[in-house]
Write a protein of this length. Structure first.
Length: 423
């Protein structure tokens, strides 16, 4: 089992270039099934989840040319496409559900075996299904009881859909399905994440007519067909936030390049509350943790534009060593404190009660054997490892490989003392 060995490191210094966004590229890759023409996607991060999505699309019958050395993928879903997503791929990546709407439009059918819950929650899809049913999709309820989404639709017709929660995945699935439905769909209480905007921009380039992406009301006018296009994926705001925390927790001075500062407003605001000095330059964001004392602040995760749940564990890493107590409230996922046990193994002494974590702060952490309990928590324990005394051994790092391209190389370039040990 591969692992990371992380030692107490000097303040991170230098510059890091952020990769394309995992959570933008996955729905965009699913959307390529909406045309038989070739699509070229650029700035694609070389991640396990991208590999799995490529394998899924190939398994469904698309021709996929993966050139991740140049961060590029060409996809042409021409001819017959299968409507069944195999369980062995879906269980590796929950985002496989994103092909649900596109398979229905392409083949009139979709069968996706849902994996159970995961570390951060049970991850239901009832909002995705509510939207599709409103568009005229039939869901086999008996199969659903067995955890299989077995859906069929002869024709999709636009309508008004209200999401009980601004689910990112449900918003993406509904946008994709409505783009080729008959008539107009209005999606209310939609997710507003930048990844939704990137998907809508990609679909509009293909010929879709989507307005309002990035707000809570999205209007989609169905069109007859969509064409193959080329598209650059937006930078990964969560990877960027992770490296920004790395600069602050080590009291370093790092230039974070290839980012969209607008996508990071909540993270920038909270880091500034902690005493970080963050300035925009024409090359990117200059993030300094070596100017002021780093103090604690409270955090509550919310759907975008609130503080992102994916930044909750990396930010908590900073709070374990910041001066003073803090409170973190996780409102998006019901079980996203698995990293607390790992931080406590290093001496953080965090207490949790339901969706609330109380971090005493001011700790001098000790290296320990810790586990990456999910993708973001894995990055978070690497961050605490950079400032803990001694060695921190991180296992189950396949989680980290899912969402952080060249994580070790980027950290080492900044002076981090980290190495990857294969079996
Ligand atoms: C996307 O997951 C991201 N994944 C997640 O990033 C991110 O944490 C999440 O959005 C929230 O921002 C991708 O984009 C591939 P949701 P998604 O549907 O779409 C509940 C990472 O680390 N919910 O917005 O699955 C759900 O249980 C990953 O990169 C329902 O109750 O998120 C959760 O509590 C982790 N019913 C909340 O909504 C539904 O039908 C947010 O889920 C759908 C969701």
């Amino acid at each position: 089992m591969a692992k990371f060995l992380v030692q107490k490191s000097a303040p991170l210094r230098g510059e890091v270039k952020i990769s394309g966004s995992k959570n933008a590229v996955l729905p965009i890759m699913a959307a390529t099934l909406l045309t038989e023409e070739e699509c070229t996607i650029k700035d694609v991060p070389a991640l396990r989840d991208v590999d799995v999505m490529c394998e899924l699309l190939e398994n469904l019958g698309a021709t996929v040319n993966k050139d991740l050395k140049n961060n590029r993928v060409n996809i042409a879903a021409e001819g017959d496409i299968s409507y069944e997503a195999p369980f062995d791929l879906v269980k590796m990546m929950r985002a496989s559900i994103l092909v649900l709407g596109t398979l229905l439009l392409r083949t009139g059918r979709a069968v996706i075996h849902l994996p159970g819950g995961c570390a951060i929650g049970k991850r239901p899809v009832e909002l995705h299904l509510k939207g599709l049913k409103a568009l005229g999709v039939e869901i086999n309820e008996d199969q659903l009881l067995r955890g299989i989404v077995d859906a069929k639709a002869d024709e999709l017709k636009g309508c008004t859909i209200y999401l009980d929660f601004p689910s990112v995945g449900a918003t993406e699935v509904i946008i994709m399905a409505a783009s080729l439905a008959k008539g107009i769909t209005v999606l209310e209480n939609a997710a507003q994440e930048p990844e939704i905007v990137d998907l809508a921009n990609f679909l509009n380039k293909m010929g879709a007519r989507i307005k309002g992406a990035g707000t809570d009301t999205i209007k989609i006018e169905g069109v007859e067909r969509l064409k193959g296009v080329s598209h650059h994926v937006i930078p990964d705001r969560i990877e960027a936030g992770t490296f920004m925390v790395g600069a602050v927790i080590t009291r370093g001075n790092v230039l974070v390049k290839n980012i969209v500062p607008d996508h990071l407003k909540a993270v920038i605001a909270k880091l500034r509350e902690c005493g970080a000095e963050i300035s925009m330059t024409d090359e990117g964001l200059r993030v300094r943790g070596d100017v002021n004392t780093i103090v604690s602040t409270d955090v509550k995760t919310l759907p975008y534009p609130g503080f992102p749940t994916d930044m909750q564990s990396p930010f908590m890493a900073l709070l374990t060593v910041a001066k003073g107590p803090s409170v973190v409230i996780e409102t998006v996922f019901e079980n996203r404190f698995m990293h607390v046990g790992e931080f406590n193994r290093m001496g953080a002494n965090i207490k949790t009660d339901g969706s609330c974590a109380i971090i005493p702060g001011d700790k001098s952490l000790q290296g320990a054997q810790v586990v990456a309990t999910d993708l973001r928590a894995g990055a978070a324990v690497v961050l605490t490892g950079l400032v803990a005394e001694g060695t921190t051994e991180v296992t189950q790092i396949y989680h980290i490989d899912r969402g952080y391209e060249n994580f070790v190389d980027k950290l080492r370039t900044l002076g981090a003392n980290i190495m990857r040990m294969e079996d």
